[in-house]
Design a protein around this ligand. Structure first.
Ligand code: CA
Length: 218
């Protein structure tokens, strides 16, 4: 799951990035308002964490601009403790949820997952596709009721496909979802993971679309 973190405070950004990476998220950070605005407009993130107090352009302004340009990525706003006006303003400007500082990584991770689930139109953390079932909270996969052991990256890839059933995804996009955009040179490792998923879940679970990428059929 790709997360844009717009936060100027190095200590907080470092702590959140570190903790969320361990939880399986891919984090890209913007350190000021204009960078945050641009990254949110250009890139395809699954969810955005947005601090409101930012240098050069504040978070509310950024959020209003994204929404006026039809960027509908779910946004979790970070507010200073006890400032209820900020929460109301944030929600009015188009935020999907807010969290007060000081933040705790497990809570942030849970809110992010909930936002992404809501975006993809299911309130349950369990994704069912034919006989394949992914419980994203427990990190468990079953095939026809039998537990299948997958590594963290394999689960991440499978989850990426299950969120995009019927859509062709490129090798580049998959690599980005695992490693973040800094490490696209790793994209040939994607093939290795795909073949492992096929070995564990069946050859037809993910189809190769020649020249374009891969697809999980409806
Ligand atoms: Ca700040």
């Amino acid at each position: 799951m790709r997360v844009l973190l717009v936060e100027d405070d190095d200590e907080l950004a470092g702590r959140l990035s570190h903790g969320l990476k361990k939880e399986g998220f891919v984090i890209e950070r913007a350190q000021n308002g204009p960078d945050g605005l641009a990254m949110g407009l250009d890139c395809e993130f699954d969810v955005i964490i947005l601090d409101l107090g930012l240098p050069e352009m504040d978070g509310l302004e950024i959020l209003k601009r994204w929404r006026s340009q039809k960027i509908d990525t779910p946004v979790l706003v970070l507010t200073a403790r006890g400032t209820w006006t900020e929460k109301v303003e944030g929600l009015n400007a188009g935020a999907d949820d807010y969290i007060s500082k000081p933040t705790h990584v497990p809570e942030v991770a849970a809110r992010l997952r909930a936002l992404v689930r809501r975006k993809f139109g299911t309130a349950s953390p369990v994704f069912q596709h034919g006989s394949l079932c992914l419980d994203s909270t427990a990190g468990e996969v079953t095939l026809s009721g039998e537990r299948v052991e997958l590594t963290a990256i394999e689960i991440q890839l499978l989850s990426y496909f299950m969120h995009r059933i019927g859509r062709v995804v490129s090798q580049y996009e998959l690599a980005e979802s695992i490693y973040g955009s800094q490490d696209v040179r790793e994209s040939n490792t994607v093939e290795v993971y795909i073949s492992r998923l096929r070995r564990k879940l069946g050859r037809d679970v993910i189809k190769t679309i020649r020249g374009l990428g891969y697809k999980m059929d409806r």
